[in-house]
Ligand binder design. Structure first.
Ligand code: GLY
Length: 425
């Protein structure tokens, strides 16, 4: 009798669950992937003979908007503004050379779109634009080598491994390590400016390349450099409320020279993309090391982000301290990076569902018509409404190739967690 009752109860649970929970509608993923694939292929065809990569759309700036956003008089920041684009360029695709910090994102987007849809033309284009970046593996003059080579060759290594790729990754990692200073305990970010030894929070994103190089070579040195950099950054970049400074510059003895912003509203503000780099970077550092201090740090950054972003659709304003108006520029790139970080974090902690749900909300917002460009528009970029560097009047409310890259990476992480495959959509 007892067994019979148990079976009846189990059947009742199955029937009730089946009839009450709605299957999720993933139509928005298909929309996002189809549009992304079409836009990327169109772009690849249009720029086929340029030896360049698409970075953004040329835009000017509205001086009054900048004044309102920075809450400063134009005279006080006019010398920092980038030169305005020539009128005939406005609205046109902005291309960049392979030494631009964003050069890895277009090939990387092609790799993700290929991985997620299986389109062979995407793979062909991914190989072609990845190969364009080969000279970057001999370059030493920026910390952005991780972005450039890991997003391009790193994805190639994952999806279409071949004998020549590990050498590129390791050489680039060596060059990135050549920028490491052991007294300071950090990799130097930039070679321009008046700082003694500037390190930006973005630099956390370059550490994945070093962890990869240790795995490829079996040499722990690369990972050790990454760990020391992450520790020094954890000690000096973060404020009590878990927001981070954009730039921390160090004296030769490792003491802090100055803490500032470069792309944010103010030295003590929370620049949206910087917060996103932080949560992504420390989640990845935990994945690679198992060091719980990184996980705790990532959790605290994630909670801060979720409490500070005030927009309905979870796509943040360009700086959390920017005055909120209808015309305050958003930063879709910060949202996409945040979604990637939170999706990974959701798998690593017990209270992961809230991070998953927030990332899902971001990805659904980015896949809506408010951010996802219609096919054949937006100069071939996938997303609209990102902000590069508002204090420089540069790339305000435009598409950015890294917004597209992290949007696709976010979809890849989301689909893997949900067990969704393109063929079933
Ligand atoms: N790494 C530069 C930026 O986030 O704009």
């Amino acid at each position: 009798m007892k067994i019979k009752h148990l079976i009846i109860a189990a059947i009742a649970v199955v029937v009730m669950t089946g009839c009450c929970s709605q299957p999720k509608d993933y139509g928005w993923i298909k929309t996002g992937l189809d549009r992304a694939a079409a836009q990327l292929l169109w772009t690849a065809e249009e720029i086929a003979d340029t030896n360049k990569i698409p970075r953004s759309i040329w835009a000017g700036y509205d001086a009054e908007l900048l004044e309102r956003q920075l809450e400063k008089d134009f005279e006080t920041f006019k010398d920092s503004l980038r030169k305005k684009a020539a009128p005939e360029l406005l609205g046109k695709r902005r291309l960049a050379g392979v030494y631009d910090w964003t050069s890895g994102f277009f090939p990387g987007s092609l790799w993700y779109a290929y991985e997620l849809t299986g389109g062979e033309a995407l793979k062909e284009a991914a190989v072609k634009f990845t190969n364009l970046l080969y000279p970057v593996s001999h370059y030493t003059q920026t910390h952005d080598l991780g972005f450039m080579i890991n997003c391009s060759y790193g994805n190639a290594h994952r999806l279409a491994p071949c004998d020549t790729i590990p050498e590129v990754l390791v050489r680039t990692a060596d060059n990135l390590c050549s920028r490491f200073n052991k007294e300071i305990g950090c990799i130097r970010s930039w070679d321009f400016g008046a700082w003694n030894f500037p390190v930006i929070i973005d630099n956390m994103m370059n550490l994945d390349l070093l962890f990869s190089a240790s795995k490829i070579t079996g040499n722990p040195y690369y990972a050790q450099v990454a760990v020391i950099h992450a520790n020094t950054t954890m000690a000096n970049h973060f404020r009590e409320d878990m927001t981070s400074y954009h730039v921390v510059s160090y004296n030769p003895d490792g003491t802090v020279e100055v803490k500032q912003t470069y792309q944010g509203k103010a030295d003590d503000s929370a620049w949206a993309r910087g917060q996103a780099w932080g949560v992504y970077g420390y989640t990845a550092a935990y994945r690679e090391t198992g060091d719980h201090r990184y996980l705790d740090h990532a959790v605290k950054i994630a909670d801060m982000i979720m409490s500070r972003v005030q927009t309905e659709d979870a796509i943040p304003y360009w700086d959390y301290n920017a005055p909120a108006h209808v015309d305050t520029p958003r930063d879709a790139s910060a949202a996409a990076v945040t979604a990637c970080g939170l999706l990974e974090l959701s798998t690593l902690v017990k209270s992961g569902k809230k991070y998953f749900d927030y990332a899902e909300k971001i990805l659904m917002s980015l896949s809506s018509d408010a951010y996802l460009a219609a096919e054949g528009t937006n100069e071939g970029f996938v997303l609209m409404h990102s902000t590069g560097s508002l204090p420089h009047g540069s790339e305000v409310d435009v598409p950015l190739n890294y917004a597209d890259y992290y949007y696709l990476e976010g979809l890849q992480r989301y689909m893997a967690l949900e067990g969704v495959v393109y063929a079933d959509l």
